[in-house]
Structures are given as C-alpha cells and as structure tokens.
Design a protein around this ligand. Sequence first.
Ligand SMILES: Nc1ncnc2c1ncn2[C@@H]1O[C@H](COP(=O)(O)OP(=O)(O)OP(=O)(O)O)[C@@H](O)[C@H]1O
Length: 234
Amino acid sequence: MPPIFEAQALRKVYHTGELDVVALHGVDIQFHSSELVVLLGASGSGKSTLLNILGGLDTPTSGQLRYKGWDLTGGDERTLTLFRRNCVGFVFQFYNLIPSLTARENVALITDISRDPMKPEEALALVNLEHRMDHFPSQLSGGEQQRVAIARAIAKKPEVLLCDEPTGALDVNTGIAVLDAVERINRELGTLTVIITHNADMAGMADRVLNLKDGQIVSSHRNEQRVPVSSLKW
Ligand SMILES: Nc1ncnc2c1ncn2[C@@H]1O[C@H](COP(=O)(O)OP(=O)(O)OP(=O)(O)O)[C@@H](O)[C@H]1O
C-alpha cells in the first residue's frame, strides 16, 4: 500500500528577530493507513512543528510533503484549507470547546459543514459519552471534555487524526480513558493516528514509536504487538 504521508527532507526554520531557529533538520518519514504512531522527544525537539506541517497548519521552509501522492508543499492556501477541512482531525492539549454549547452541539458545529460526516451522537458514542451529550463543557470533567474534542475531531471521518499532547492536562486515570478513546477510533475506523507525548510509558500502545531530537528523527521502533491502554505501566 502506498503511504498516506511521505515527507522528504522536511526542513523548518523560524526567523525570530536576529535569530534563526531550525526546528526540523531534514526529516524523511512515511506514515501508513491505519497506523497508530507515538511521537516522543524532549521539549523543543520539533514534535509540534512536524505535526503542524503534517496537518497543513504550517508549511516547511524546504523539502516535500505528499498526502496520498498529492503535493501539499507546492500547494496554495486553498489546497491546504481543503486538506485540513476534509482529511485531518486535530486534538490539542486544551479542548477549546465552546462553553455555551452542549457536547452534541459542539460536535454538530463540525458535522454541519462536513461532506460525509457521522452523526454527532455516533461520534460521541465512540468516545463513550452517549450519556453526556446534552451536558455543557462546565458540567464535564477534563477527560470528558477532551473526549468531546476527540468526537468533534473524528465526526467528519478524517483519514488522519493528529493529537498534540492530548493527555498533557490530565491525571493518569483520566488520561487512560482519553487514550482508550483514541485507540478505539484508530482500530475501528482505521484512522491514521499520530500522538505527541512526553510520556514514554505510552509507547506500548503504538504500532510505531518515533523519537525526535534536535529536529531529526533519531529512532523508529515498531512494536510487534500493541499493549492495550489499560495494561500500560505508568
Ligand atoms: N512560531 C515559532 N517561532 C519561533 N520559534 C518557534 C516557533 N514554534 C516553534 N519554535 C521553535 O522551534 C523548536 C521546535 O519547537 P516545537 O514546538 O516543534 O517542539 P516540541 O518538541 O513540540 O516541544 P514541546 O514538547 O515543548 O511542545 C523550538 O526551539 C521552538 O522554540
């Protein structure tokens, strides 16, 4: 099977005042359909930069990124907008839900503008929140709010789910429920999933574990078997 993403010599330089910060130093990597990939690395190693480029939120300074053979780096803003809207779901550390809307309404905001979405109820059931659909964010725990954010990200049935520190603001037990939801979506929908974390204990849940250091992928390890999230040692 051809890869979903194919990155070649990706380089990203941020210019801030007098200073140039090289965030990515020539990254070559492929991501395949249905994979669950955990991306590890110290603070500042370039994880978010890589994820943002994969998701079309940022563009590389040089190098090439292809999505299903489609050149995202040569593309114009309209191409990137269509790619983001139709192909990618994002989950961030902070949930960014709209406080005046219920869980169902927060998800419906996205399904209303998508091409072939699932129903908000279906997306919320996938993250085990069917009993909380009519609650407002303030009536939900941090982990439940993050699960609403995951439901919102996947309700449009994206090919790719990108998660930047999805459990960064949560305690261990709440984080487990969130990762369980992400793993289930990957398994049941076959969504290519990339998760950034500082927590090396999460590596066991992945098909593949990448380590970034100083803007380069310094190791790539494939797990023979995925460990269920509930059995990971924290
Ligand atoms: N918008 C920006 N402007 C200038 N420099 C930036 C910008 N975004 C990131 N950087 C720099 O690029 C490097 C890589 O940052 P990045 O956020 O990708 O790292 P990270 O591995 O995700 O870090 P963390 O784990 O702390 O989130 C860092 O040195 C960072 O300071």
